[in-house]
Ligand binder design. Structure first.
Ligand code: TMP
Length: 210
């Protein structure tokens, strides 16, 4: 029996650490399910056993910046093959917390990994499997830093990326905003510095269009 022949929608969430992305992710999943959509919520790096094992290394171990890009894409390859493509083929909505825009922003912008390496890996790993919609939660790096410091004060152990300095987060943010400006039909830039209720109201409008 063929269930749903129509390809599902692929939605990604992006933003610098502390932009509020994770706070809104769970709410978004519920809002989408309430609209009757079958949602596969997943994340990068991660989403598969190999991806989660690589995540541990990527977030904890110091390594060369190009190694970081290679491992991000290795995790992504498994994720695309095992989770994302099958879900889209079933007609499900895939809500993925970070994807290749994060590699362009963090490794390309933040760590200055060569753009041609990232472009080659992107082509190999998921040519043709790109997000339909990307929600970019945007805050200045000073807001991100304050939020991360508050989390740390509450006992949260910050990871390797969260411990980077303001210059790194400025470069990551600039790279995200550049990508959003270059592809306005895919990106929605959401001002993550506003009160929670305002951000939710904007997300509700976006969800109602899906
Ligand atoms: P998270 O904290 O949003 O789960 O993301 C994990 C960290 O991994 C975050 O600091 C961003 C980083 N990251 C990259 O540097 N490159 C990537 O391609 C991805 C997917 C995440």
């Amino acid at each position: 029996m063929t269930r749903n022949a129509q390809r599902g929608q692929f939605v990604t969430l992006e933003g610098i650490d502390g932009a509020g992305k994770s706070t809104h992710a769970a709410w978004l999943v519920e809002a989408l399910r309430a609209r009757g959509l079958t949602v596969v919520a997943t994340r990068e790096p991660g989403g598969t056993r190999i991806g989660e094992a690589l995540r541990e290394l990527l977030l904890r171990q110091p390594m060369a910046h190009d190694t970081e890009a290679l491992l991000m894409f290795a995790a992504r390859r498994e994720h695309v093959l095992q989770v994302i493509e099958p879900a889209l083929a079933r007609g499900d909505l895939v809500l993925c917390d970070r994807y290749t825009d994060a590699t362009w922003a963090y490794q390309g912008g933040g760590h200055r990994v060569s753009k041609s390496l990232i472009a080659d890996l992107e082509r190999h790993v998921h040519a043709g499997c790109n997000p339909d919609l990307t929600l970019l939660f945007d805050v200045p790096s000073s807001v991100s830093r304050d939020r991360l410091e508050r989390m740390r004060a509450l006992g949260r152990d910050l990871d390797k990326f969260e411990l980077e300095d303001a210059g790194f987060f400025d470069r990551v943010r600039d790279a995200y905003l550049e990508r959003a400006a270059a592809d306005p039909s895919r990106f929605r830039v959401i001002d993550g510095g506003r009160p929670l209720a305002e951000v939710r109201a904007e997300l509700a409008r976006i969800v109602s269009a899906l």
